[in-house]
Design a protein around this ligand. Structure first.
Ligand code: F6P
Length: 318
């Protein structure tokens, strides 16, 4: 192995830069050449590839986003796109590729595995990748939600309103659950668990009877439309509702300590995997340790939704 490539792909996540820095610097430390590929698979297909130096990743460790830029590539889903990507890797004499992204990005990597060594680093705010307890960016995004909700709670209290706050996560309720329990949301709605709007109304009314006139409902985007649910609750309960969609602010910001540390450890581990001549592997955070696993672990079943924590959140907000 002489030269490795690294790219970030899919939705960006705080900590991606820290992982990138670790791949570049640890690679160089071990005598490898490291090429950075811009704009994910889009950039790879179109040959946007540059050699990185120690200095090219200076001052990015705590910066949100990804300095390599990222994209969701439709072309990489096609056999022609995959062949173009492989041709570019060969043209630039890249022997191994590190892909920092979500499971879609890993699937893209796997199509290249016939011609090159592949390692995936799980980076997405959603924390929806099987095989790892945490993905890079999840902790930061959850903290961002907690910060936003605590501000929303101030105005909800002043105006005695019910707020429906929609958070990201695609079809995974982990951000909603963790943020919801951390900031004491009265109700948490997630795609994994069916809910009954009448029960939610009853809860709002019970709160009202004991003098509590504001409420925070956190809804994960995969559980339904915050607007529809807000309107339903307003018409069924008569309480004044407001909707806040937190949106892409959840994807920005400096990584938390946890994300920055995991990202660095995963970047370092990815280079070790390559140096050990292993391929089709992913880095994973399991039992508070960063380890190497077969890439297929990312396509297994997601660990069951944390029902115990969800039930506890409900018990704490009767
Ligand atoms: O996967 C990360 C994520 O932020 C999801 O939570 C969200 O559903 C999606 O990406 C949004 O994607 P885009 O930025 O392409 O609109």
């Amino acid at each position: 192995i002489q030269r490795i490539g690294v790219l970030t792909s899919g939705g960006d996540a705080p900590g991606m830069n820290a992982a990138l820095r670790a791949v570049v610097r640890k690679g160089i430390y071990h005598g490898l050449k490291v090429n950075g590929i811009s704009r994910g698979y889009e950039g790879l297909i179109h040959g946007e590839i540059q050699e990185m130096s120690i200095g090219s990743v200076a001052d990015i460790v705590l910066r949100g986003g990804t300095m390599l830029k990222t994209a969701r590539s439709a072309e990489m889903m096609t056999p022609e796109g995959q062949q173009k990507a492989l041709d570019q890797l060969h043209k630039h004499q890249i022997d191994a590729l590190v892909v920092i992204g979500g499971d879609g990005s890993f699937r893209g990597a796997q199509t290249l595995a016939k011609g090159i060594q592949i390692v995936g680093i799980p980076g997405t705010i959603d924390n929806d990748i099987p095989g790892t307890d945490l993905t890079i960016g999840f902790d930061t995004a959850t903290n961002t939600v907690i910060d936003a909700v605590s501000k929303i709670r101030d105005t909800a209290t002043s105006h005695e309103r019910t707020f429906i706050v929609e958070v990201m996560g695609r079809d995974c309720g982990n951000i909603a659950l963790q943020a919801g329990i951390a900031c004491g949301a009265e109700t948490i709605l997630v795609p994994e668990i069916p809910f009954d709007l009448d029960e939610i109304c009853d809860k709002l009314k019970r709160g009202h009877q004991r003098g509590k006139n504001h409420s925070i409902i956190i809804i994960s985007e995969g559980a339904g439309s915050a607007y529809k649910i807000g309107e339903e609750l307003r018409s069924r309960s008569g309480f004044e509702t407001r909707i806040t969609i937190l949106g892409h602010l959840q994807r920005g910001g400096n990584p938390s300590a946890l994300d920055a540390v995991i990202a660095a450890a995963m970047g370092g581990k990815a280079v070790e995997i390559i140096l050990a001549n292993e391929t089709n592997r992913m880095t994973a955070y399991v039992n508070q340790e960063v380890i190497s696993r077969p890439l297929e672990a990312a396509y297994g079943e997601r660990p069951p939704f944390n029902r115990e924590l969800y039930d506890l959140a409900n018990q704490l907000s009767i």
